[in-house]
Design a protein around this ligand. Structure first.
Ligand SMILES: [Zn+2]
Ligand SMILES: [Zn+2]
Length: 334
């Protein structure tokens, strides 16, 4: 189980708002309360709108959003949306991940990216070419049968999907099944109702936010560690994969989490970061990426306030850092 590492910053002089409703509404899990908090938050939208609970796709959430008191990572006393996601996409399938054989076409496998900018189709030809791409030690398939080495048991998954890979599973394509965790891993996020900008950006943790379709957005996949063990931790075509502790999570924005387009042609919203700022797709409806993004991949406009734009999948990240004080992940239920 993973816990967000929280860095406490001492100096925050800019408080966007204190919200001040004073309602300790941990038990108010009904849609009318979430709607009223959504409309009140959008009134204070001059700096940033934060999230709109209504944006989540049908089936993404395990329970209605409520508003609770919370303390942000910089010590700010605030209110947060308590959002429990189902941990499985409400609008897309999971997998496939590893192609079964060196004759498999792209439809039988997912994708791979290593942060170099490239996104590779995980087909048989890619597996056969790994020695050219990464070095002569790579051999992920049986040269007689053409079958690809895949972690196809819970033990194999757990032995290979960890930093200290069992040497027996070097030269494997790694995939895990949701049944190994007893099904989708529901996680509860506390997301600031009003984002609070930090004086300086902060490093991302493992889970950096959540998608509008109920899937965790993770920070960059540890591709150096994965590749140093001669493994490919396969992603599906949505940029997601499963590990035994976290369940299913995304490492890239590939269009599986987004809501309907923005009316002004701006890129579509895909999720929200742990600091409450919205995360939008990389490109707008003309296919253009905004210019002048900051190091966190954020910028501001009059309609949305401060918000992020996801990086391209080949960059192995959604955003670069946190612009604001973060909420927390309070519970993981298996
Ligand atoms: Zn991962
Ligand atoms: Zn924008």
């Amino acid at each position: 189980m993973h816990l967000i590492q929280i860095v406490m910053l001492v100096c925050v002089t800019l408080l966007a708002t204190a919200c001040g409703s004073g309602s300790d509404s941990a038990d108010s899990v009904n849609s009318s309360s979430s709607q009223s908090s959504a409309s009140s938050s959008s009134i204070a939208a001059a700096i940033s709108k934060g999230i709109d609970p209504e944006r989540f796709l049908d089936g993404a959430l395990a329970e209605d959003i409520s508003t609770v008191d919370c303390t942000l990572s910089d010590g700010t006393a605030s209110t947060c949306y308590q959002v429990t996601i189902n941990g499985a996409p409400s609008n897309a399938d999971i997998g496939p991940f590893c192609p079964p054989s060196i004759t498999s076409d792209a439809s039988e496998g997912g994708i791979w990216f290593d942060g170099s900018g490239e996104v590779y189709e995980l087909d048989g030809a890619f597996i056969m070419n790994l020695d050219t791409l990464y070095g002569s030690e790579w051999m992920l398939y049986d040269s007689v049968t053409g079958l690809i080495n895949i972690t196809d048991t819970q033990l194999a998954c757990e032995s290979a999907a960890r930093p200290n890979v069992d040497p027996a599973y070097q030269n494997y394509c790694v995939e895990c099944k949701l049944e190994y965790t007893g099904g989708p891993v529901q996680q509860t996020f506390l997301i600031p109702t009003q984002p609070v900008a930090l004086n300086s950006p902060e490093r991302l943790g493992f889970d950096i936010g959540l998608g509008l379709n109920g899937v965790v957005f993770a920070g960059p996949a540890p591709v150096d560690a994965i590749l140093s063990n001669y493994t490919i931790a396969a992603f599906d075509d949505c940029g997601g994969h499963i590990n035994p502790a976290e369940g299913y999570h995304y490492h890239a924005a590939i269009g599986c989490a987004q809501s309907e387009p923005e009316s002004d042609g701006h890129a579509a919203m895909i999720g929200v970061a742990l600091d409450g700022y919205g995360i939008y797709a990389m490109t707008d409806d003309l296919g253009l990426e905004p210019e002048g993004l900051d190091e966190c991949r954020g910028h501001s406009d009059t309609e949305r306030g401060y918000h992020y734009h996801a990086a391209s999948p080949g960059e192995n990240m959604f955003i670069g850092c946190y612009h604001g004080a973060q909420g927390d992940i309070v519970e993981t239920r298996l």
